[in-house]
Write a protein that binds this ligand. Structure first.
Ligand SMILES: [Zn+2]
Length: 283
C-alpha cells in the first residue's frame, strides 16, 4: 500500500474526503485599525466594510443554493458593528468562530492580552449572536507559544491556524485541542486581493486571471479528494464576494458537489468527528 493511503483518514458514512469551507469575515479590522491609521484612510476602511455590508449576502446565497455549510471566523469588532449581517450567518445555519477582536496578531500579545481579546470576543458573540463559539482561527496566520493553552480556557476545542498536515490533527493532548489546517494555496488573497495605499500586493501590481485562480482551487480539491483528506479554505467575503468573482466561488462549489463522496461539514463537526472517531491521536 502506498504510504499516503496507509494514513488515510476515515470520514462519516464511508465518505471519501472532507470539505470544510471557511470564510474570514475580517471587514476593515487588521493592522491599520490596530494602529489607528485606517481612520485617516476612509477609502481603505470602505474596502473592508464592503465585506460584511455587501459581499457577505452573495456568499450566503451561493452556500444556500448548493446546500453547503460553512464556518465564518469573525473578529468581534465586526459583530459589534454589523450585528444584523452576522446574525444572518447564524440564521442560515452556518458556524461562527473566533478571529480576534480587531484581528490582533496573537504573537505580538502577552498571555494576559490574549485572554483579554478572547474574553471580550466571547461576550460580544454572546450578546449579539447568542452563540458560544468552539473554534478559533488565528488572525494574520500565526500565534505565540502560549496560545494553544489559552484557547481551551475559553471553550475552544479546535483551531484552524496551522499548516502541519492536510488532515486534522491533535495539537494538545492535555486539552484535546484539534487543528484543522488551512493552506495559503486556498487563500483568495494570494490571487485576487488588490489595493492601492497601502499597496497590496507590494511589488506585484496585478490581479491573477480568474480562470487560472479557479483552476488552482479545483486542482487543490481534486488532490485532496483523491487522497481522502480534509480541505478548508481561507476565503474572505470582501475579496471573493464581488459581482465578477462570485461566479468563481459558485463554479468551485459546483465542481466539488459534482464529485462523489464528499463530506461537506462545519469545522466544529470535523473536530468532533476527529475526536469521537479516535483519530485524534494518530498523528
Ligand atoms: Zn483574517
Amino acid at each position: 500500500m502506498r504510504a499516503i493511503e496507509a494514513a488515510r483518514p476515515h470520514w462519516p458514512e464511508g465518505r471519501r474526503s472532507c470539505v470544510a469551507l471557511a470564510f474570514d469575515l475580517d471587514g476593515p479590522t487588521g493592522g491599520a485599525m490596530l494602529d489607528g491609521s485606517i481612520w485617516r484612510n476612509p477609502s481603505y476602511f470602505t474596502l473592508g466594510a464592503y465585506g460584511p455590508w455587501r459581499a457577505l449576502g452573495r456568499i450566503l446565497d451561493v452556500l444556500a443554493e448548493h446546500s453547503v455549510p460553512a464556518t465564518f471566523f469573525i473578529p468581534a469588532w465586526v459583530i459589534e458593528n454589523w450585528p444584523a449581517q452576522c446574525r444572518a450567518i447564524v440564521e442560515h445555519g452556518h458556524e461562527v468562530a473566533y478571529h480576534g477582536y480587531m484581528h490582533e496578531a496573537f504573537w505580538t500579545l502577552s498571555p494576559d492580552e490574549q485572554r483579554d481579546v478572547m474574553a471580550r470576543s466571547m461576550r460580544l458573540f454572546d450578546r449579539h449572536l447568542g452563540v458560544r463559539p468552539v473554534g478559533f482561527r488565528t488572525p494574520s496566520g500565526d500565534w505565540s507559544v502560549e496560545t494553544m493553552r489559552i484557547l481551551p480556557e475559553f471553550g475552544v476545542c479546535y483551531s484552524s491556524s496551522m499548516r502541519g498536515d492536510d488532515r486534522p490533527y491533535l495539537l494538545d493532548a492535555a486539552s484535546g485541542l484539534i487543528e484543522i489546517p488551512a493552506r495559503w494555496e486556498l487563500d483568495d488573497y494570494a490571487s485576487l486581493a488588490y489595493q492601492r495605499n497601502p499597496d497590496f500586493p507590494a511589488g506585484l501590481d496585478r490581479i491573477a486571471s480568474y480562470e487560472t485562480t479557479l483552476d488552482n482551487w479545483c486542482r487543490e480539491f481534486d488532490g485532496s479528494h483523491h487522497d481522502g483528506l480534509a480541505m478548508t479554505t481561507l476565503f474572505h467575503p470582501k475579496v471573493s464576494g464581488k459581482p465578477g468573482r462570485i461566479a468563481l466561488l459558485e463554479e468551485f462549489v459546483g465542481h466539488m458537489r459534482a464529485a462523489r463522496g464528499v463530506w461537506f461539514a462545519k469545522c466544529s463537526e470535523v473536530a468532533s468527528w476527529w475526536t469521537a472517531s479516535g483519530q485524534g491521536t494518530t498523528t
